[in-house]
Design a protein. Structure first.
Length: 132
């Protein structure tokens, strides 16, 4: 019986998967007219798990769980030590919906992100971000 329990425990360990931490980065224009919120995975590389984009009454989201709106997917996501670039595209990957371009800076425990958000056909804004 002990042997069967040990085998069962070893078998269940094989089903375990690593946990990934995710956090939101919320970017908005100073007037609140446009925003780009990104759910990113805390891994060694950029991993966009979800996003919500708004301009006026128009909303796009990668999943209804992140808000109502038209569906979008990640077109590209690139991050290095100084920049973060993310494009949102329509599900058919034929039309760019939004472009987020950020610069990053940090000192000790403080970190800031700021840059531009462009939504073709709607406008372009400077944005500042809060989050990890």
């Amino acid at each position: 019986m002990i042997r069967q329990a040990a085998i069962a425990i070893v078998g269940l360990c094989g089903l375990a998967t690593p946990a990934f931490s995710t956090e939101w980065i919320n970017c908005a224009s100073p007037d609140g007219g446009a925003s780009f919120d990104i759910l990113v995975g805390m891994t060694d590389v950029i991993w966009v798990a979800g996003m919500t984009i708004t301009v006026g009454d128009k909303v796009w989201a990668t999943d209804p769980a992140y808000g109502p709106g038209d569906p979008v997917v990640v077109g590209q996501a690139f991050e290095d030590a100084e920049t973060l670039r993310i494009d949102a595209v329509d599900p058919a990957v034929t039309t760019r919906v939004a472009e987020l371009r950020l610069f990053k800076a940090s000192e000790a425990e403080a970190a800031v992100h700021g840059g531009t958000l462009r939504i073709p056909g709607h406008g372009a804004w400077t944005v500042s971000c809060s989050g990890p």
